[in-house]
Design a protein around this ligand. Sequence first.
Ligand code: NAP
Length: 333
Amino acid sequence: MRKLRFGVLSTAKIAREKVIPPMQRASRCEVVAIASRDPERGREVAERLGIERVHGSYEALLADPDIDAVYNPLPNHLHVPWTIRAAEAGKHVLCEKPLGITTADVEELIAVRDRTGVTIQEAFMVRTHPQWLRAKALVRSGRIGVLKAIYGHFSYHLADPANIRNVMGWGGGGLLDIGCYPITTSRFVTDDEPRRVAAMIERDPDMEIDRLGSVMLDYPGVQCIFTYGTQLVARQTMQFIGTKARLEVEIPFNAPNDRPCRILIYDGAGLGGVVSETVELATCDQYGIMVDAFAASIQDGTPQPVPLEDSLLNMRVIDAVFRAAERGTWEEP
Ligand SMILES: NC(=O)c1ccc[n+]([C@@H]2O[C@H](COP(=O)([O-])OP(=O)(O)OC[C@H]3O[C@@H](n4cnc5c(N)ncnc54)[C@H](OP(=O)(O)O)[C@@H]3O)[C@@H](O)[C@H]2O)c1
């Protein structure tokens, strides 16, 4: 079967460092072109990564007949406009998270997908990582008893006002950048949706972006709480707490690709964190798995790991978190 031929919109860091190299190694994909607003930067990145074709504009890449699919890692406020333009040019689109900035954005993309017939998917790589498939299977098998609580945390320290994450008008802020991960993974493992949401958010006084947030998600029978922060010491964890044991995904989001990932299960002995079982996953690259799963859904019609309908539900929770924090009330997604 012919590989899915990707064109990459921009020289974004995530593309250069995390997604293009595994895309080039993937069994179902190849990278045939890259575009940059700055042709010199485009040429330099293409040469370094071994990409043959460089386009000096995003428009030119979309007009390239040798491209089947576009990878869109633009700043958040450009996800929807360029995904629409790519779809209208007949290209499938793998678009970085968050797919848009509001629920209405995702609704618009669903309409565009239905009108154009292309495949559009949010690049939530965690959703196809074997450690998350295993964590879900373990929880659902009853390994920790009955799941009753979920505890999550995701933070880093990044105060540079020039970074796209700190530009309020570009969809910056912590909830859209990293708070979306505890939401998507808790929805994934519970196979459910929160009935209501409460939250508090602190904004940066100068940049106005949300830099700290603590969120409660009320799933049927399961209470999830998580904190995210963009001006905190780096930390990430997701823990699933049951009536008999606690399951921890050790490095839940930025999973390493050079060593095995681990799931730790604690049965509560000693209270000091004695691990009763360690589940070690084979070393893998979550971005490579994601792009091959996206390609398979187009080439073989396999189910999309994160269909737009799922992204819509995730975005509804994000919108509800912002509303809950503003109003100081519980909000329904
Ligand atoms: N899934 C993950 O693990 C993951 C990890 C990190 C980031 N992301 C997502 O990936 C996206 C990009 O993040 P990043 O950190 O890689 O961003 P970045 O390095 O700042 O790259 C963004 C790129 O967009 C292009 N661009 C177009 N218009 C722009 C504008 N007005 N201002 C700035 N850049 C503009 C630039 O490329 P040219 O100049 O070449 O055109 C720039 O290199 C974000 O949506 C982020 O949420 C996902």
